[in-house]
Design a protein. Structure first.
Lengths: 438, 278
């Protein structure tokens, strides 16, 4: 409330006094080490900042190319942190939307490659939040821009160009959707090696898009970090139920498979502008972890259809071995309603329903009942929303896992094709396809 | 024009307030007149604030619930206009305008006084009973505020920064409808903040108009956009004194329509000090 001018920090007496007191503290600490902190005016005695010195990462210079036929953040190896930020577009007309897409393209191109901000006269607000210091390291940052069905209304003249399957998410039988955490015009999936890099990117984007975007909801998540593994392929990361997640993902090195399953373009009924894009599904799936931790291990494994420790299918082998359902038609080994068996029965022709999972775990706080509010920030990509997530989720309805999970938010979006070079802008193909005739 | 060319044309309007700003070249003497003008504006509003608070608190002491409810919002407007100055006195700002969220024990907290304590009584509990001590305290605080402002030398940075600070108030607590959660008179406060911000902008506009005409034009456009949306919710189109309908009546679309121009105003007006070399 108060903004009373406070000049005490400029008072030389106060400053000297503070240094004096700090000196005393440092001397106290140094005495035990046999040193002296009385000399000099700097606060950099060895060991003085062992507690508050910045933690070190060796991966801050990792970067992923921004330009390309597809956006980053889909086939890009998933880093340790990610968030989905869903916004409403405040731009009032098509020119405003074009400006938004141009600014987003510029900001993401800069942020994902790193660099420095212009210096300003100190009587102006600084160009950057400064939370990462004066030089921004890329830190494997990716920002992926997708549009919700609501943006294809009358505001921007996009109504005739809506991707064939894009729709407002509707609740499934086990969902308890909270309106404040559902839907929206535009989603930003922001991922990086460290959480602060994603926060920095978000604050930059908010600062540079005033009047164009309004954040509607946001969900942050993480992936547990593992020591380097000699095994290839690397084991999948675990979710907050303790199981490996994403084991059955399609092979992202297989271009033909990606063109069939992830990138929109094969379906002649899709508008041409969508080629190279993908359908993005986001779901906030609460996990009832206390109850789960009290369930017997055998039940947990039967629910998923996998061994908890190794991730191997119940039919045997190791994590990446295919489950054997052919010799188990009655579900004696892998129950017929096990999660992985419902999601992918491995029957001929089911290949086209496979989806690319890229989830994060989230932990938000505490519910009124004292139980932890945590779960899965489920993110998947597919070339065809109906054949992909919607088909798979409909098969999962009623699965035994539902006793331990509750989807509470999310939405369906269409991830724009990539910006191919520095002259291109995200959303160009959409805007060209819908340009008013001159 | 090809769509590709359109992008480049659009980029002229690019980063708005975030372009590399020009160095300020303002003679401090030029600030004297607008600061003096602003002090007159504040004193005039304080004068009105005192007399409205007298009527408001008298209605409470007289047990006239309906009249007290009717006078709540029209009294606060004067305070909302001059908040950048009023907030310099943190003790009075707390006792006059704190909200229950500022106290761990909320409404029950013995330190919670002022307009919002009275709002809770008048609009939630629907009574004036037992509120005379709060009314007397409010009157004392408001008189104290007037006396202190009379003696105050207005700090130029505080005055100029006030234009943005008022828009931050709107962005933080008015758009969400949390300021006046029981009376739902948020639009009155909203208008008061906008009036106060616009006044500061108008007073200093001549000093920045030459330096950055696009800035001036954009700020004026966004003030106009906010005023236009506010106008939809006036009780009587031609009579500003009649005030506004309940914030509950403001559509989700219009709440959102406020956010855009208010955020751009907050960003733009945050550069006003820089433009004036303050």
């Amino acid at each position: 409330m108060s903004d009373r001018p406070d000049n005490t920090s400029r008072c030389p007496f106060t400053l000297d006094r503070r240094r004096f007191l700090q000196g005393l503290g440092a001397a106290g600490a140094a005495a035990g080490l046999g040193g002296s902190a009385w000399a000099g005016s700097r606060d950099d005695a060895a060991g003085a900042h062992a507690v508050t010195g910045a933690p070190v990462s060796t991966t801050t210079q990792q970067s992923h190319p921004f330009h390309g036929r597809h956006q980053q953040g889909i086939l890009t190896p998933r880093p340790a942190t990610g968030m989905v930020v869903v916004c409403d577009v405040l731009a009032r007309d098509r020119a405003g939307l074009e400006r938004l897409l141009r600014i987003l393209t510029e900001r993401i191109a800069f942020l994902t490659q790193g660099g420095t901000y212009p210096k300003r006269d100190p009587s102006y607000p600084p160009a950057d939040s400064g939370i990462l210091g004066p030089t921004i390291a890329p830190d494997a940052l990716t920002v992926t821009v997708s549009l919700g069905a609501s943006v294809f209304d009358e505001r921007f003249g996009l109504a005739n160009a809506k991707p064939k399957h894009l729709q407002r998410m509707t609740g499934f039988p086990n969902d308890a959707l909270e309106p404040a955490r559902c839907h929206g015009d535009l989603s930003l999936q922001i991922c990086a090696n460290t959480h602060d890099t994603t926060i920095h990117a978000l604050r930059d984007i908010i600062k540079y898009t005033p009047g164009l975007l309004m954040v509607r909801w946001k969900q942050e998540g993480t992936v547990p970090v593992m020591p380097p593994s000699p095994d290839l392929p690397a084991p999948s990361a675990r979710n907050y139920l303790g199981f490996r997640d994403g084991t059955a993902n399609p092979n992202t090195d297989d271009d033909a498979l990606m063109n069939a399953l992830v990138w929109t373009g094969a379906d002649p009924d899709e508008p041409d502008w969508t080629h190279g894009g993908s359908y993005q599904v986001v779901r906030i799936i609460r996990n009832f972890v206390e109850r789960w931790d009290r369930a017997q291990l055998a039940e947990q494994e039967a629910i998923f259809g996998r061994r908890k420790e190794s991730g191997a299918p119940l039919s045997g082998g190791s994590e990446y071995d295919k489950p054997d359902y052919a010799n188990d038609v009655d579900g004696q080994i892998t129950p017929l309603d096990a999660h992985i068996r419902l999601a992918n029965p491995r029957t001929p022709g089911f290949e086209k329903h496979r989806i690319l999972r890229r989830p994060f775990n989230y932990s938000n706080g505490v519910e009124a009942n004292g139980q932890l509010d945590m779960g899965l920030l489920f993110i998947v990509y597919q070339a065809d929303l109906e054949a992909g997530f919607i088909t798979v989720q409909n098969r999962l309805n009623g699965e035994p896992l539902e006793e331990y999970i509750k989807p509470v938010g999310g939405g369906y979006f269409f991830t724009l094709p990539g910006a191919i070079d520095e002259h291109d802008v995200l959303g160009r193909s959409l805007l060209e396809a819908t340009a008013p005739h001159a | 024009m090809s769509p590709r060319a359109l992008f480049f044309a659009a980029s002229v309007f690019g980063l708005m307030a975030l372009q590399t700003p020009a160095q300020a070249d303002i003679d401090p003497q030029e600030l004297v007149e607008p600061i003096a003008e602003y002090k007159l504006y504040v004193l005039d509003n304080l004068d009105q604030f005192v007399s409205h608070t007298e009527k408001f608190t008298q209605a409470i002491e007289a047990g006239d619930l309906e009249r007290a409810q009717a006078l709540y919002a029209p009294t606060r407007v004067y305070y909302e206009r001059i908040e950048p100055i009023a907030e310099l006195f943190a003790d009075l700002d707390a006792s006059i305008d704190a909200r229950e969220d500022d106290y761990e024990h909320g409404v029950e907290d013995p330190d919670f006084t002022g307009f919002h304590r009275l709002e809770y009584g008048l609009f939630k509990e629907q009574t004036t009973q037992g509120f005379t001590p709060y009314a007397k305290q409010l009157m004392t605080d408001v008189n104290d505020l007037e006396a202190r402002v009379q003696d105050l030398t207005f700090p130029p940075a505080q005055v100029v920064g006030g234009a943005a600070a008022l828009m931050e108030e709107v962005a933080a607590t008015k758009v969400s409808g949390e300021e006046d959660r029981y009376s739902h008179t948020d639009l009155w406060d909203f208008q008061g903040n906008v009036d106060g911000s616009q006044k500061i902008f108008e007073l200093f506009k001549p000093l920045v108009a030459e330096q950055d005409p696009a800035f001036v034009e954009r700020v004026e456009e966004n003030f106009t956009a906010v005023e236009a949306t506010l106008a939809h919710y006036r009780r009587e189109a031609d009579n500003p004194k009649a005030g506004f309908v309940s914030y509950e009546k403001v559509s989700e679309t219009d709440r959102r329509a406020f956010v855009g121009p208010v955020t751009v105003l907050a960003e733009d007006l945050a550069t006003l000090r820089g433009k004036l070399g303050l």
